[in-house]
Design a binder for this molecule. Structure first.
Ligand code: HEM
Length: 570
């Protein structure tokens, strides 16, 4: 009897899903765009639990992933990472992925993406889907569009040009530490360049944002961070972010072993942030200097909030507020740590391993670094204002890496509560309220219609007036080289429009400093597994590693340490 009931329920569920799929498909077809039907929503909880086992089996079969039909491939979470621009090359610049739950309009056309990202009032962030980011309080990522400027102002204010010199100096200091520790490993190889680039990015952000300075320590060196200290708790929180988003840290702290440690780190991190805010408020009140660049603007936001709340309690509670509450500040500080850390770290890991596989690009970069820094005996003295603008080839490496491996590969949005038109490829489409969109940044940045040799990692594509390759770089030919973005509407790794990433230049300056430091005198190479391993076998291993990407939260190498890097003097 129970068997029949289960069977009947199963059949009813399948029939209901197929009916919903068909209803959604008709709605999407009515828009006049191509569609792809998926019988299951990729966010269906049963599917989330089941799918890893299915892919494990499929991945073992001797068929290339590309040979599976779309309906199989697109059921995999993050399918658009390996697909690059393929779906748009085949289906056009706009098409809809239809499931029994909804349809999602995928866009990869320069002007259309620019429109979506600029008209943020019409194409808004799907804040309901981002609620998990509210680990420590309401934040910029989940603020409704009308309330978002209240968060943006204190966050964006400190990210100005005066911050760049400290970022440059600290990034160089950290990179020198990383380089020394890599050279010390000599031919044994670097235990984990992927972990090390994470450490570096965390150290720079902690120092610049929050005045917490740390010396660089390689991944295999003994941990000396005090457990429960700022650095340790932040690192533990960021390393376990998905678990912490799903299980509140107070609950985790009561569980045994590793979970308790993660939960306690969540609690400790909050205590550190509250104390930092209190200390900063006291310091600024006494006219003392701030310990980090980010806090003063939050202290001012907290004061404004408090002042208005005290002066006008009723209207403050009902109508638009000014400033930020302590909860909101904690929420925003967490977003800064989250958004600023792994994005830069993942980009750095991709850049380092690509360079290791391309000795000719290292030589090209090194030539520029040598010339731009020739006046200096010590790296400590490299002047941001003089050296950074000359490092156009280093910037080109950053941009080319972000083109192929954007940490945020797609930006979701949803139309606000009325119909909206959007021009795509000279056609005007009308979308009802609540239509979901995916601006497919990685597809745009790897689309063969816009990028010659789109799949090739070739930093020189960003340099106009390139110096002749058959003679050494001179001051004159270096000065003539120009860094240029081919077309701003086909490159969006930081988003665009009002909600563009405020940490754009932070990340750029940091990575350029790291590259300049690494390649001034040294070179990286991929360690051979044995002395007779051929260069082509090494390159194959690199290709496998660089294409083995996952999207836990952001695009990253699944296991960068599939290849070991060696760092030596040139
Ligand atoms: C390579 C490094 C980075 C990449 C690729 C990146 C990318 C992005 C993207 C795509 C967005 C979303 C834009 C949108 O929704 O339209 C974003 C937002 C944001 N990023 Fe970054 N980011 C990077 C580094 C940083 C750094 C270093 C910081 C801070 C230290 C930072 C802080 C933020 C914040 C606070 C937001 C939210 C902005 C808002 O909602 O108004 N990011 N970033």
């Amino acid at each position: 009897m129970i068997g029949y009931i289960l069977l009947a329920s199963g059949i009813a569920y399948v029939a209901w899903s197929l009916a919903c799929l068909e209803i959604n498909a008709r709605k999407a077809l009515a828009l006049g765009i191509p569609i792809v039907r998926l019988p299951i929503d990729v966010n269906n909880i049963f599917w989330i639990l089941l799918q890893p086992h299915i892919w494990k089996v499929l991945d073992c079969l001797p068929f290339p992933w590309a040979s599976y039909p779309r309906v199989v491939r697109y059921l995999r979470r993050g399918w658009y990472i390996p697909a690059k621009a393929e779906s748009h090359v085949q289906l056009g610049p706009v098409w809809a992925l239809v499931t029994p739950v909804a349809f999602d309009v995928h866009v990869a056309e320069p002007d259309a993406i620019l429109e979506i990202l600029t008209r943020r009032g019409d194409f808004q962030r799907p804040i309901a889907e981002l609620k998990l980011l509210e680990l420590y309080g309401p934040c910029i990522s989940t603020a409704p569009w009308e309330d978002w400027p209240r968060h943006r102002k204190p966050i964006a204010t400190p990210f100005n040009e005066t911050l760049m010199k400290p970022i440059w100096d600290e990034s160089l200091r950290q990179a020198r530490g990383m380089l020394a520790s890599w050279v010390a490993k000599a031919d044994a190889g670097i235990p984990s360049y992927q972990q090390d680039t994470r450490t570096l990015s965390l150290n720079v952000l902690s120092a610049i944002g929050f005045g917490a300075f740390h010396d660089f320590r390689r991944s295999d060196e003994p941990v000396t961070d005090e457990i429960g200290g700022y650095h340790d708790s932040l690192k533990t929180v960021l390393d376990n972010i998905i678990l912490l988003m799903l299980v509140p840290f107070h609950i985790l702290a009561k569980l045994p072993g590793r979970y308790a440690r993660i939960g306690r780190a969540g609690i400790d991190y909050k205590k550190h942030m509250v104390k930092l805010l209190e200390d900063e408020t006291a310091a600024l009140g006494q006219g003392k200097p701030s310990s980090g660049a980010i806090m003063p603007s939050f202290v001012r936001a907290a004061e404004l909030y408090h002042r208005e709340q005290t002066a006008n309690p009723e209207s403050h509670a009902k109508t638009g507020k000014s400033g930020l509450s302590v909860e909101e500040i904690l929420g925003d500080l967490f977003v800064i740590n989250f958004a600023g850390h792994d994005t830069t770290a993942n980009m750095s890991a991709f850049a380092v391993v690509c360079l290791a596989a391309h000795p000719e690009v290292q030589a090209w970069v090194a030539e520029e670094v040598a010339l731009a820094t020739k006046e200096y005996t010590n790296m400590e003295d490299w002047d941001y204002k003089i050296v950074y603008p000359q490092l156009k080839r280093c910037r080109a490496v950053v941009y080319e890496t972000l083109r192929l491996y954007p940490p945020v590969p797609a930006l979701p949005s949803i139309t606000s509560n009325r119909t909206h038109t959007l021009r795509v490829d000279n056609q005007t489409f009308t979308f009802p309220a609540g239509t979901k969109f995916t601006s497919n940044l990685r597809a745009m940045q790897t689309h063969p219609d816009y990028w010659p040799d789109a799949g090739e990692w070739r930093p020189s594509r960003w340099i106009a007036n390139p110096a002749p390759t058959d003679s050494p770089l001179t001051q004159e030919t270096m000065t003539r080289e120009r860094f240029q973005v081919p077309d701003k509407t086909i490159f969006f790794p930081w988003g665009e429009g009002p909600q563009v990433c405020p940490g754009k230049k932070f990340a750029e300056v940091e990575e350029v400093a790291v590259l300049a430091c690494l390649f001034k005198v040294h070179r990286l190479k991929i360690k051979k597994r044995h002395s007779t391993e051929s260069d082509s076998a090494v390159h194959k291993r690199f290709e496998k590693c660089i294409n083995d990407i996952d999207l836990e939260m952001l695009v990253r190498l699944r296991d960068g340490d599939q290849v070991t890097l060696v760092c030596n003097e040139a």
